[in-house]
Write a new protein. Structure first.
Length: 165
């Protein structure tokens, strides 16, 4: 984010401060969502809404950089919230520790593989195009995909209980 902000005309100090605001905002959902999740049986709307707001934040950085403070806090909050929801779905959608372990292994392996490739892809796109436009659009698209999969994963269903088979 600091590189995007600096290229968008912000000073390095301001970009660093906004990165700090992003980090602080990403911790806030832990305080809010954990108690809320115990009360919600269906997380479809919450997950989709947060991911779509994140997509808006990515495009906001691109098209309305003068509101970078808003976008940094919004993106931080939404990324923290979506991460917590994604991890919570593992326990919310399984019956026992064996299922949770299997689902966690698969989901986290794929998730962290995608997450690790993100900065590499972002840097390559920036090097190729000379700007952050394609990268920010890719972030918005990834957030939109998160909304779709979050909607599907947020349904009030659990995996089939193999112990009863």
């Amino acid at each position: 984010m600091p590189s995007i902000l600096i290229e968008g005309g912000h000073t390095a100090q301001h970009a660093g401060a906004l990165q700090g605001a992003f980090q602080v905002a990403s911790a806030v959902p832990g305080i809010i969502l954990i108690p809320l999740l115990a009360k919600l049986k269906d997380q479809r709307i919450l997950t989709s809404l947060l991911a779509l707001i994140a997509a808006t934040g990515s495009l906001g950085l691109l098209y309305l950089p003068e509101f970078a403070s808003l976008w940094a806090v919004t993106l931080g909050f939404c990324s923290g919230a979506c991460f917590i929801l994604g991890l919570s779905f593992i326990s919310l959608r399984t019956h026992d520790t064996q299922q949770a372990t299997s689902l966690s292994g698969m989901a986290q392996c794929l998730g962290y593989l995608l997450a690790a490739s993100g900065p590499i892809i972002a840097g390559a796109l920036h090097s190729y195009s000379g700007n952050w436009t394609t990268t920010l659009w890719l972030c918005a698209f990834a957030s939109a995909l998160c909304a779709v999969f979050g909607y599907l994963g947020g349904r009030n269903i659990t995996m089939t209980n193999n112990a009863n088979s």
